[in-house]
Design a protein around this ligand. Structure first.
Ligand SMILES: COCC(O)(O)CCCCCNCCCN
Ligand SMILES: [Zn+2]
Length: 667
């Protein structure tokens, strides 16, 4: 199934007709440059372009009042003076004779998108619309918005398709108060928004936007506000919030549909946001949400006023929806103090509502005050380092996001004879001769191994070579001895100059110490045997009481440990090993396989033990880009497991500060 793109140039045919400094940034060019960039990058040709339609009254009335709709209906016939007069009753918004028509098209676009996804015609999609929507309220236009496109889409999905749970992620830099008010007492819609706040000094200056506004009545816990109290936030800050707050709660909520208020004024260069996150961050934010709701994701454009970063961010988002490999995020320096304060406050405010946060006692950080950790933007983000003048948003420069090339082959497999090759996978033939390196390895590691094992290993090595040359994206091997193969692979890759292997080992089994010492391999092992070893900076043993069968404990380790570590380590290869008898359930295994493709351009090598051959199909499905099935609503993890993960996090965060969730005491 493909990716839908919904756009019509009719929505460019309204603009500000008088002088209003607050509204002059909302221009038709926002749509034309976004769509133009998609065309130029060949992305529109790869999408399924769906026609727009006008929303009908009944759809608009899902969120708005009749009197408001009637009032807006009068605007096409108004004179310029009447339009100005009409506009005065609302805040930071303007009207135009054609804006009512465009507002109906914007809502209709969002509904077209929801229809095509929920009817299974496409797997996901994006609607490029204006006017945007997330500020408009039941009876008021606000913040360039006339009708609340995404809020109407959510009500529409519930009413027409009986969708039970909807997650709305609002990564626009402004708080979508219109969405919050619409669903604040509705537990079937989880609304997440981060937004520039600066302790209520930033527009729309609402107390309702702060972290302690969590929803009302039945809806308590289903509204998450993350205030940015400083400008200049970077990729690390955004990823920290996803890993330590949004993803754990989103997986616990287990939505049937994900809607994104995709505003790109949270990107670098934007005059409204004044943040420093680069456009490629949206490739990752999109991807991290695509493993929810079996990939049913509808992104609807909100804000974004720097035409360069807006166009780049839109392309990054659509490319990920299309399934292209993700660009590695470099130099993640960890969250700043202000982010940690906000994160700590939001987690505390939601602890009583979400079991994933219950035991996450943000341990006192005295353990790490001994070792000074450089918090990027220590103090506050907008205090320039001595001598470094602050560039205004427009003058900001950033690198063009790297090209994201799809290798000719997506998934290659090495399987013993007699094991069927999954559809769409490419089987590696045994034409590979024994390379010179193998002969030495044969002596070192495989002296007593049979020829079958040596041949299998030679093919596994050629999988690695092909990934290195970007001939294939990922690989899977079913081998006689997963642990031994793992050791040989680490050894083989370590010979490369700038290689970094992220080894994720699921299940018990001994990791040879030489694998861990050189820093060229970061090992995370999730297991049940408590071998009491402390681990080290590059070896993270996660011991779960019930082992890998405990989905909640496993999920918590995935988000609060694996993801942050993987991002900060930025590996060149991900090696995922399923040890025999791990007990991990297939869906959790598939979710893990999916999430790990966030790293290393998706170059993941999966090793399975021969008697796990039933996992070949489910694993290959994920490697081929299919979404993992949902885990179901997650119960609380065992208290002692949650605390074990917290202790690990707390011990490791001095070395890996993407693991931080609290602001250290003034050390
Ligand atoms: C859903 O619309 C997208 C949006 O959130 O970006 C709208 C922002 C309105 C910002 C209003 N204040 C502008 C002050 C000018 N310096
Ligand atoms: Zn915005």
């Amino acid at each position: 199934m493909g990716t839908a793109l919904i756009y019509d140039e009719e929505m460019t045919k309204y603009k500000l007709l008088w002088v209003d400094p607050a509204c002059k940034i909302e221009v038709p060019e926002r749509l034309t440059v976004s769509h133009g960039a998609l065309v130029r990058n060949g992305l529109t040709d790869r999408c399924i372009c769906l026609p727009v339609r006008e929303a009908v009254d009944a759809e608009i009335l899902l969120v708005h009042s009749e009197e408001y709709l009637e009032a807006v209906k009068q605007t096409p016939h108004m004179t310029l003076e009447d339009l100005k007069e009409f506009t005065l009753q609302y805040g930071d918004v303007y009207f135009h004779p054609n804006i009512y028509h465009c507002a109906k098209l914007a809502v209709g676009s969002a509904l077209q998108l929801v229809d095509s996804v929920l009817m299974g015609k496409v797997k996901n999609g994006m609607a490029l619309v204006r006017p945007p929507g997330h500020h408009s309220m039941r009876s008021a236009a606000n913040g360039f918005c006339v009708f609340n496109n995404v809020a109407i889409a959510a009500q529409y999905a519930k009413q027409k398709y009986g969708v039970k749970r909807i997650l709305i992620v609002d990564w626009d830099i402004h708080h979508g108060q219109g969405v919050q008010y619409c669903f604040e007492d509705d537990p079937s819609v989880l609304y997440f928004s981060w937004h520039r706040y600066e302790h209520q000094k930033f527009w729309p200056n609402l107390k309702d936007s702060d972290y302690d506004i969590v929803g009302k009545g039945e809806g308590a816990g289903f509204n998450i506000n993350v205030p940015w109290n400083k400008v200049g936030m970077e990729n690390s800050d955004y990823l920290s919030v996803f890993c330590h707050l949004l993803l754990p709660i989103a997986y616990e909520f287990c939505p049937d549909l994900v809607l994104v208020c995709a505003g790109f004024d949270s990107a670098i260069g934007d005059p409204e946001g004044e943040m420093c996150a680069t456009p490629d961050i949206f490739a990752h934010l999109t991807y991290l949400l695509m493993n929810l709701a079996e990939g049913k994701l509808c992104a609807v454009l909100e804000g974004g006023y720097n035409l360069t970063s807006l166009a780049q961010s839109v392309c990054q988002t659509v490319q990920t929806l299309l399934g292209d490999p993700l660009p590695p995020l470099t130099n993640l320096t960890g969250p700043c103090r202000s982010t940690l304060e906000s994160l700590q406050c939001v987690r505390a405010a939601h602890r009583q509502h979400w079991s994933c946060l219950r035991h996450a006692v943000d341990l006192p950080t005295f353990e790490i005050s001994t070792k000074r950790i450089k918090l990027s933007g220590e103090g506050n983000k907008d205090e320039a380092e001595v001598g470094e003048e602050q560039k205004s948003p427009e003058e900001k420069i950033w690198p063009e996001p790297p090209k994201r090339i799809c290798p000719p082959v997506c998934s290659a497999v090495v399987l013993p004879d007699g094991v069927v090759c999954p559809d769409a996978c490419e089987r590696l033939s045994s034409s590979e001769d024994l390379g010179p390196h193998l002969l030495t390895l044969k002596n070192d590691f495989l002296k007593d191994a049979d020829d079958g094992a040596v041949t299998a290993l030679s093919r596994v090595f050629s999988l690695i070579d092909k990934m290195k040359n970007n001939e294939i994206r990922n690989g899977l091997a079913l081998v006689g001895d997963a642990a031994m193969t793992m050791t040989c692979v680490v050894q083989y890759v370590a010979a490369e100059v700038d290689s970094r292997v992220f080894l994720v080992c699921v299940g018990n089994g001994n990791i040879p110490s030489h694998v861990i010492e050189d820093g060229k391999t970061l090992v995370v092992q999730i297991k049940d045997e408590d071998t009491e070893e402390q681990g080290s900076k590059y070896y993270v043993p996660v011991c779960l009481k019930k082992g890998c069968t405990d989905t909640s404990g496993f999920a918590q380790a995935m988000f609060s440990l694996l993801l942050p570590l993987g991002y900060q380590y930025n590996p060149s290869l991900v090696l995922l090993v399923r040890m025999p008898g791990s007990g991990v359930c297939d869906i959790m295994w598939q979710q893990l396989t999916g999430l790990l493709q966030s790293f290393a351009h998706g170059h993941t090598l999966v090793l399975l033990q021969e008697d796990d051959k039933a996992c070949v199909g489910p694993t290959a499905s994920i490697l081929l880009g299919n979404p993992a099935p949902p885990l179901g609503q997650l119960p609380a993890s065992l208290k002692e497991d949650a605390e074990a993960v917290e202790r690990l996090r707390s011990r490791l965060q001095a070395d890996w500060n993407l693991l931080l969730t609290t602001a250290p005491e003034n050390g």
